[in-house]
Ligand binder design. Sequence first.
Ligand code: DGI
Ligand code: FE
Ligand code: FE
Length: 191
Amino acid sequence: MHGEYKEYKEILKNRLVEKRYYHSLCVADEAYRLAKKYGCDTEKAYLAGLLHDITKNASEREHFSIFNTFNVNLSEVEKGAEKLWHAISGSVYVKYVLQIKDEEIIEAIRYHTTAKPNISLLSKILYLADFTSADRDYDDVDIMREYVDISLDKAYKYSLCYTIKDLAEKGKAIHIDTFNAYNETMLKESI
Ligand code: DGI
Ligand code: FE
Ligand code: FE
């Protein structure tokens, strides 16, 4: 079993709308399940899942206050895509405000939206748990849930394809980390 994290849950309840709080609990459960199945640290996975969207409902003003306070510089793509902000602000928030010391958890939160090349097992699990958590409902969720139980890499490959396709269809900018994660994965044979 994992810790209760009552204090973090109180903070999350105050920071997030109800649906997003529920999503955080679901991602924590799913990350725990995947960590157990694929030999990763279950406690770290649960906590990373719990905290991953901690700044998701922060205003633009709060986001820029966090970026200023902790000297975060955004790239042009990051400036133009507000969906990317919470992964960056969330990682500094857990590090400097919540005083989370575990760099692997901080990194998993930092890359949970885009993924990255050479991604760690914990970060990959969080990235995928965010797609397959119990509260999720989108076109390909059934395929994603099927794949994630067959192979983490199969699900990772599918989710990167899905994301790139979805972003291109909507005419959105593709972040360099998403792009590089996609290329790295597609160039690997035998997944
Ligand atoms: O915060 P969640 O909704 O739980 O999920 P998330 O953190 O994975 O965010 C998903 C959103 O992020 C989705 O609308 C697509 C967007 N996103 C992911 N990668 C990129 C991106 N948006 C842009 N513009 N570029 C990316 O590379
Ligand atoms: Fe997110
Ligand atoms: Fe999420």
